[in-house]
Design a binder for this molecule. Structure first.
Ligand SMILES: Cc1cc2nc3c(=O)[nH]c(=O)nc-3n(C[C@H](O)[C@H](O)[C@H](O)COP(=O)(O)O)c2cc1C
Length: 220
């Protein structure tokens, strides 16, 4: 697959086949992701891949916290509001997602359901956590974002599906404790990874993008 096709056909995958992914294949994806650029080549990223019983136990633990009414406390504060342009795009996504999958992310009971699905990594055989030292600057967060996209493209090029998941790190402190990640780390993102089930309705959604002239200005 060439790079342009890889970028243009990557999409968030929210239903997976149960088949586990070979460890060498997963390690290969991470090895490719390492080629992401970073500020002064500082490579401010650490990765944990959770599978099997540990993944199930973690999901159970997080779902219990959610059901007990524990307030989310992610290491990166969730946005409380958006400027109008971004909010309009979010509204359009929610409308489209409701049409495609019946899931209305604006409804509180659906949010609960969606969070549980995220904690289960959408039934993917593996969950990835991306983290970095909490003392690192915003540039390192930027670098981790580039790493995440490189990882997703490297996975897609190898026939694997992914979805980046802010929801999966809602209970950051508890997740780090459960997984033995030091408290001094900033838990940035969860990500499901596995073989995509392309027949599942959850994977029928193709998200839109705004036209280029809405985001591009030429200055000469
Ligand atoms: C930082 C970040 C956090 C996200 N968090 C979630 C999440 O918690 N759950 C989820 O299902 N999708 C999540 N997504 C996926 C976005 O909804 C998705 O990337 C967007 O709608 C565009 O769709 P596409 O990935 O199919 O192109 C997240 C994406 C990013 C980049």
């Amino acid at each position: 697959m060439d790079a342009i096709t890889c970028i243009e056909t990557r999409m968030s995958i929210r239903q997976f086949k149960p088949d586990p992914v070979d460890r060498d294949l997963l390690a290969g994806v991470i090895a490719t992701a390492r080629r992401a650029p970073s500020y002064k080549n500082s490579q401010p990223w650490e990765v944990m891949i959770v599978s099997g019983e540990k993944k199930e136990a973690l999901a159970g633990h997080l779902i219990k916290l959610l059901e007990s009414g524990r307030e989310p406390c992610p290491d990166l504060e969730a946005p409380q509001s958006w400027p109008p342009a971004e909010q309009a795009r979010i509204d359009a996504l929610f409308r489209k997602r409701k049409e495609a999958t019946g899931i209305d992310l604006a409804a509180p009971e659906m949010i609960l359901k969606a969070k549980k699905a995220n904690f289960r990594f959408y039934n993917a055989p593996h969950g990835i956590f991306l983290y970095q030292d909490a003392s690192l600057s915003q540039w390192s967060l930027f670098d981790l974002g580039i790493f995440a996209q490189t990882l997703m493209l490297a996975a897609h090029a190898r026939g694997l599906g992914t979805v980046p998941q802010a929801f999966a790190v809602d209970y950051a402190a508890e997740t780090k404790r459960f997984l033995g990640i030091p408290e001094s780390k900033r838990l940035v993102l969860g990500m499901a990874i596995g073989y995509p089930d392309m027949d599942a309705p959850a994977n029928s959604l193709r998200t839109d993008r705004v036209p280029v002239d809405e985001i591009l200005t030429w200055a000469e």
